[in-house]
Design a protein around this ligand. Structure first.
Ligand SMILES: *[C@@H]1O[C@H](CO)[C@@H](O)[C@H](O)[C@H]1NC(C)=O
Length: 224
């Protein structure tokens, strides 16, 4: 009898609390959704949890949720390092591609006359493959040294991704606001350069024209 009473009490308490429990959780879910901070760049989405604005150029843009990856050694730190690295390499690439197209081949590479730098690369490869082999070896050495330095300094937590303590004018200490502004400019220029570099590469491989050459011929063709 006692057991039965307890059982009945249990059932009634469960059924009594269940609807309230559900409504409470729905209410709190609504509450969270209404009050969650929105992404600055995608206001219809919530701000990704890890993109708290501490990184320069962070505008909460992560529709695929890549910032939440934390697996097989890939996490936000790693991705940020990769973003900054791609940004810097792309800025150099765009500057190099345009410089050679405008001012002509660099000294020692006079045979690479093709305006399309994708074809100029193969002209150089055919004439002086050792230049390209040497460049690849140099890149490998730099990558190995910087890769070991970056990986081994990470556990200390003192190094921000992409930071190589390259601050000859000491802005990071004397003018932290200016330093922050420069960091934002760096990553914004870098993101633009990544698009520019992909455009120059794809266009050079398909039309076999230089970037500026292709721009000129499309302006002529469309007679703007
Ligand atoms: C550049 O190289 C491509 C591919 O070999 C070729 O089709 C094109 O005519 C070359 N352009 C010039 C200006 O030499």
């Amino acid at each position: 009898m006692m057991k039965l009473t307890l059982f009945a009490l249990l059932i009634s308490s469960i059924s009594a609390f269940m609807p309230t429990g559900i409504t409470t959780s729905i209410k709190s879910a609504k509450y969270v959704a209404l009050n969650a901070e929105k992404s600055a760049s995608l206001p219809f989405m919530n701000r990704p949890a890890l993109l708290d604005g501490s990184m320069a150029g962070d505008v909460g843009f992560d529709p695929l949720g890549l910032s939440n990856i934390n697996d097989v050694g890939i996490d936000l730190y790693w991705l940020r390092e990769a973003e900054i690295k791609h940004a810097r390499v792309a800025m150099l690439a765009v500057a190099g591609i345009l410089q050679v197209e405008i001012f002509g081949p660099a000294p020692g590479c006079e045979m690479a006359t093709n305006k399309s730098q994708m074809d100029a690369f193969w002209q150089l490869w055919n004439a002086h493959p050792q230049y390209i082999a040497f460049a690849l070896i140099l890149i490998t050495i730099i990558e190995t040294i910087s890769g070991i330095a970056v990986t081994s300094s990470r556990p200390s937590g003192s190094r921000a991704p992409g930071d190589f303590y390259l601050d000859p004018l000491g802005f990071s200490k004397s003018e932290p606001e200016k330093f922050r502004r420069l960091q934002v400019q760096e990553i914004k220029n870098g993101r633009l350069a990544m698009w520019a570099a992909s455009g120059l590469l794809l266009q050079g491989c398909t039309t076999h024209q230089g970037g500026i050459e292709a721009l000129q011929s499309s302006i002529q063709a469309n007679s703007f």
